[in-house]
Design a binder for this molecule. Structure first.
Ligand SMILES: [Zn+2]
Length: 348
């Protein structure tokens, strides 16, 4: 149970962009109307945290508590919150959505027309012992899923789930290329694609990530700095090209992803941390009837399916917990250096 709520808590504060994360004792936040106070038990470190910290998100304001992959227990409520009890085990989604627009009402809240931003930017994040999130963002965690595992379901697992099921419409026996396959989203994408019956070629940098991708189900793994990715994809498919690509990297790999496509192939772009711009051969696009689609995060409804997959053991969250708030600097260095397979998780 959540028990007594102290007046103050430890939190990692970012006072200036590109500055240090400072461990401080600050007041426990009071939940506003519609919000829940969470005792944070786990908060995963995402590449996106580093982007925010570097001041590359124009809507971010300091001082700020980072962290948007959060699991914990309900400890208190603002006005008008119903359906939750103190001690309920939950994970939180990261998008602040209106719940009322036509996108929200049709289960596509990740493209909410009155999108309010992100947990960990517009509201305080989970690099703290307590945080507040909208009750609408909570999803229940069964006892069989630990907090560390539960913290990554809404983003690192939910993102490829939405991409595969709703956007790519991945089919059994299709040949799929995943770029960035050893990272936090990628390693879960590999598992989900295998669970859906696809054949998987993984691309990432370095043998550790490629070994991990193979361990979690990739049939083939390629380092695009060692081997030409499109050539490897053609060879793997006897010249036909892949049916689909999950693009997690951006301009560094996207031209190779497109060059790997067979006729009628589709690319779903889920991330682009290496930049934003792309030159596209429009003739090749229409002549091959390629589809290039965007996908972001996961809906609450889909997330319930993701939680079930994890509870049933069909997906294994690839997480490394046991870290404290004071370890965050080291964890950010490891994520920046591309050294993390899956997710590292702080347990405040
Ligand atoms: Zn909306």
């Amino acid at each position: 149970m959540a028990g007594h709520i102290p007046p103050t808590m430890r939190a990692l504060m970012l006072h200036r962009f590109e500055g240090p994360l400072e461990l401080e004792e600050i007041p426990v936040p009071a939940p506003s109307a519609g919000e829940v106070l969470l005792r944070v038990h786990a908060c995963a470190v995402d590449q996106f945290d580093l982007t925010i910290r570097a001041g590359k998100r124009s809507n971010a304001r300091v001082p700020l508590v980072l962290g948007h992959e959060i699991a914990g227990e309900v400890a208190g409520f603002g006005r008008g919150v119903e359906g939750w009890e103190p001690g309920d085990r939950v994970a939180s989604t990261l998008y602040l959505t209106c719940g009322e627009c036509r996108r929200c009402r049709s289960g596509r809240e990740t493209i909410c027309e009155r999108f309010g931003g992100y947990v960990g930017i517009e509201t305080p994040g989970g690099y703290a012992e307590y945080t507040t999130v909208p009750a609408a963002n909570l999803v229940r965690l069964p006892e069989s899923i630990g907090y560390v595992e539960g913290s990554v379901l809404a983003n690192a697992v939910g993102t490829p789930f939405h991409a595969f099921t709703k956007r790519m419409r991945l089919q059994p026996a299709e040949r799929l290329l995943i770029t960035g396959a050893g990272g936090g989203v990628g390693i879960h994408a590999v598992q989900l694609a295998r669970a859906m019956g696809a054949l998987v070629m993984a691309a990432d940098l370095g043998s550790a990530k490629l070994d991990a991708a193979r361990r979690y189900g990739a049939h083939v793994a390629v380092d695009p700095t060692v081997e030409d990715l499109a050539e490897a994809a053609r060879r793997w498919t006897e010249g036909a090209g892949v049916d689909a690509v999950l693009e997690l990297v951006g301009p560094d790999t996207m031209p190779h992803s497109i060059a790997s496509l067979g006729r009628g192939g589709r690319v779903v772009v889920v991330g682009s941390h290496t930049g934003r711009d792309l030159t596209l051969d429009l003739h090749a696009l229409f002549a091959n009837e390629w589809e290039i689609l965007g996908s972001r995060n996961v809906s609450k409804e889909e997330l319930a399916d993701v939680v079930r997959l994890a509870a049933d053991g069909r997906i294994t969250p690839v997480v490394e917990g046991g870290y404290r708030l004071g370890d965050a600097e080291e964890l950010h260095r490891r994520v920046a250096g591309g050294e993390v397979i899956g997710r590292v998780v702080i347990e405040p």
